[in-house]
Design a binder for this molecule. Structure first.
Ligand code: SF4
Length: 446
């Protein structure tokens, strides 16, 4: 059977789609790019916030409106896990719905897997080349009052280390130059099996398992859970990059209490631990503005915290109530215009800090992982390619623009000539003969 899969939502959902594809391909089903060529239309939905739910319904509705009568339509994933009735109500003709992690059931529904046609793992494409996401655990045990994820995904459960190493090797064999470790809370890795410092042990296994992958990047650490062992392990491993994403959500203890998040002292402690072990670490964080009850004074505490810590990258969201979460029931919701105004002030401050941080890079030599498939053109007509340094995670942080034409996946040694608020402008040092990525040593650091 030919299937066309649409994936919505975050990087973690992209990984889920890979698992689904693995199950489908093992059953001899093949992917097609055009919906019109498919026997089965599949939508892997996102239900994280209302806007994501709306988008999911829109996509399903659009496919339903244009499909032929002989094409099946299945809706799967986060939104069908928590709000299957909404999907069914909006698009009653959907042929089947499945919740999260039901990949084998979906494959079984369209035809049993035939082991004779089992396709080796290495033929599965690396999504988002030259980077691949490695989902180390799913689910979450934390009590954050704004978040529906524990309801959708259930209790935290870790993937076995041996499977993760095998998966990492598969990506490396398929050409990945970067592995991005994702989870709802990466620092909880292996706690469900009674492990302590399981994440540090996993990094050691991965680093040794794929020594040719120059960048292993860690996302979604939980404040207060960055142990000295983890920070020192990150610092010591040659292919774990000096970068950490740690969502902190706010800079006021009163707000953090209402969110049921760790205290500011815990946030500061984790930042100190990581900066002590890696003085050149790039720190990314995210904040929620306009959470119920947020006063102007509390918001200013957040601004002061951002100024104090000078995060290299800041992402921000205006609070959006999620049905089924405690915070959605809080009485003192912040008006939308106030949320937007605070969001603007926070991002203006963060942008200035990001620009200053980028300016410190001018004149330095960096390794840039080329991401663009085709070269583009600068304003002055020069050929340029787009990539990233270790300071930037895929999809969420800035870019590095490099003069010249280099194939995707190449690691280019370059000098930083200019700094924009989020992006770097660079000139290659060894042009035009730049070693292909496979021959490149791990990025120099520290
Ligand atoms: S740690 Fe993250 S996923 Fe878990 S409940 Fe809090 S916000 Fe949600």
């Amino acid at each position: 059977m030919k299937y066309h899969l649409v994936t919505l939502g975050c990087a973690k959902n992209t990984v889920d789609s890979m698992r689904l594809e693995q199950a489908l391909r093992s059953g001899r089903h093949t992917a097609v790019d055009e919906p019109s060529e498919a026997d089965l239309l599949l939508v892997n939905t996102c239900g994280f916030i209302d806007a994501a739910k709306d988008e999911s319904v829109e996509v399903v509705r659009g496919l339903d409106a244009t499909r032929r009568s002989d094409q099946l339509l299945y809706v799967v994933g986060c939104m069908t896990e928590i709000a299957v009735d909404e999907v069914r109500k909006a698009v009653p003709n959907v042929d089947a719905t499945f919740g999260v992690e039901q990949w084998d059931q979906i494959a079984a529904a369209i035809g049993p897997a035939d082991p004779r046609y089992d396709i080796p793992l290495t033929t599965i494409p690396v999504l988002g080349q030259p980077s691949a996401y490695l989902k180390i655990s799913d689910g979450c045990d934390r009590p954050c009052t704004f978040c529906i994820i524990p309801t959708i995904k259930g209790a935290m459960h870790s993937a076995p280390t041996s499977r993760l190493v095998a998966e990492a090797r598969m990506y490396a064999a398929a050409g990945a130059r970067e592995l991005v470790l994702v989870a709802q809370d990466s620092t909880a890795y292996a706690e469900d099996e009674g492990g302590r410092d399981g994440l540090a042990a996993l990094l050691e296994e991965l680093s040794a398992g794929v020594p040719d992958v120059p960048w292993i990047r860690l996302m979604y650490a939980y404040p207060g859970r960055v142990t000295p062992r983890l920070a020192e392990t990150m610092a010591a491993l040659p292919n774990v990059v000096p970068y950490l994403d740690m969502p902190l959500q706010h800079g006021s203890d009163a707000m953090l209490r209402r969110m049921k998040r760790p205290t500011l002292a815990k946030s500061r402690q984790s930042i100190d631990v990581i900066r002590k072990a890696m003085p050149d670490v790039t720190l990314r964080t995210t904040f929620i503005v306009g959470f119920p009850g947020e006063t102007e004074a509390e918001f200013k505490q957040l601004l002061r915290f951002v100024e104090e810590q000078r995060f290299d990258h800041v992402g921000a969201f205006t609070y959006s109530p999620q049905a089924g979460t405690p915070a959605a029931e809080y009485g003192d919701q912040v008006p939308e215009d106030v949320k937007q105004e605070r969001y603007g002030r926070l991002m203006e401050l963060a942008q200035g800090i990001s620009h200053a941080s980028n300016k410190t890079m001018i004149g330095r030599e960096v390794d840039i992982l080329v991401e663009s498939r085709e070269p583009g053109e600068s304003a002055s007509g020069e050929a340029i390619v787009v990539g990233r340094t270790v300071r930037d995670a895929p999809e969420v942080d800035g870019l590095a623009l490099v003069k010249g034409t280099f194939p995707m996946g190449t690691m280019v040694r370059a000098r930083v000539d200019g700094a924009l608020p989020y992006d770097l402008l660079c000139t290659p040092l060894a042009s035009p003969a730049v070693a292909p990525a496979a021959a490149t040593k791990p990025a120099a650091r520290r």
